[in-house]
Write a protein that binds this ligand. Structure first.
Ligand code: ZN
Length: 68
C-alpha cells in the first residue's frame, strides 16, 4: 500500500480520492509546500540573452524584386 508523501500514512488508492495523498489536507499541504519552494528559488536570469534567431535580416520590409 503506498504512503502519503506528506505524513507517510498508508493510502488506500481504492477509496482515497486524494491519491497519492491520504487526505485533502495533505494534498493542500504538499501543494503549498511545492509552491513555496518554487517561489523561494529565484530563477537565474540570463544577462546576455540572444534568442532572437528569427530576426536575422535587418533590411526592413521585403523589397519587390519584379522591377529589373
Ligand atoms: Zn497524509
Amino acid at each position: 500500500m503506498p504512503r502519503c508523501p506528506v505524513c507517510s500514512a498508508a493510502v488506500d488508492l481504492v477509496v482515497a480520492t486524494t491519491a497519492p495523498f491520504c487526505s485533502e489536507r495533505c494534498r493542500v499541504i504538499d501543494m503549498g509546500r511545492w509552491l513555496g519552494e518554487s517561489y523561494q528559488v529565484p530563477l537565474p536570469r540570463h544577462a546576455g540573452e540572444d534568442d532572437d534567431d528569427e530576426q536575422t535580416g535587418t533590411g526592413g520590409p521585403a523589397h519587390p524584386a519584379d522591377d529589373e
